[in-house]
Design a protein around this ligand. Structure first.
Ligand code: NI
Length: 202
């Protein structure tokens, strides 16, 4: 691929990343989300995973073949950004009517030490009846976050002893029916914009 085209692709991803970060105070300290591109220009985002859902059942990415995965990485103790994004995603799916059945909304925790299956079960039900919560071992979560180019790290919560917050990038990744990356939405994208974009994919 000509280097100039690579630079253009890199910059547009970088811009998308920075817009997402700017809107997400949790993720401020880190910049540049770098999404490497293949020679074909296809972004190398996503990949196989094996995790545990909110019912304690083991699931893999293959269980979602035939549906578009809407993958979000966050944590249930997140005070503001994650709940806001899950609310937006749920509203978008509700507004899509029956077409929403083509999409599998998935919330993957980046705080597996606190986000047990039980905790995820009570969390996801606040948003959408089909929202799937996934957790796993620290190694499993680290691997899937790496595959999706997701940044996360613990930060001490100054307001409470022994407590911590998580810095993390906040994107809704859209994966096609074969589990391949198509696009992503930054934090705060309006439900209407999400509906419009997703509808075009069908
Ligand atoms: Ni969050």
């Amino acid at each position: 691929m000509p280097i100039r085209l690579l630079v253009v692709i890199f910059c547009s991803f970088l811009l998308g990343g920075l817009v997402g970060l700017a809107a997400h105070p949790e993720a401020w300290p880190k910049t540049a989300i770098v999404l490497p591109v293949e020679r074909t220009g296809k972004a190398l985002v996503g990949g196989p995973f094996a995790l545990t859902d909110q019912h304690g059942k083991r699931v893999t990415d293959k269980d979602f073949r035939g549906r578009f995965m809407l993958v979000y990485f966050g944590y249930t103790f997140c005070p503001d950004v994650c709940p806001a994004d899950m609310q937006i995603l749920s509203t978008a799916l509700e507004n899509m009517g029956p077409k929403a059945d083509r999409f599998a909304p998935i919330f993957i925790t980046i705080d597996p030490e606190r986000d047990t299956a039980e905790r995820l079960a009570s969390y996801v039900q606040h948003f959408h009846p089909r929202l799937i919560g996934l957790t796993g071992s620290v190694d499993e979560i680290t691997a899937v976050a790496k595959a999706y180019r997701v940044y996360f790290s613990k930060v001490k919560d100054e307001s409470a002893e022994d407590e911590y917050l998580m810095n993390h990038s906040a994107f809704i990744y859209v994966m096609n029916e074969q589990g391949e990356y198509l696009t992503h939405f930054g934090h705060g994208t309006k439900p209407d914009a999400i509906v419009e974009r997703l509808t075009k994919l069908l």
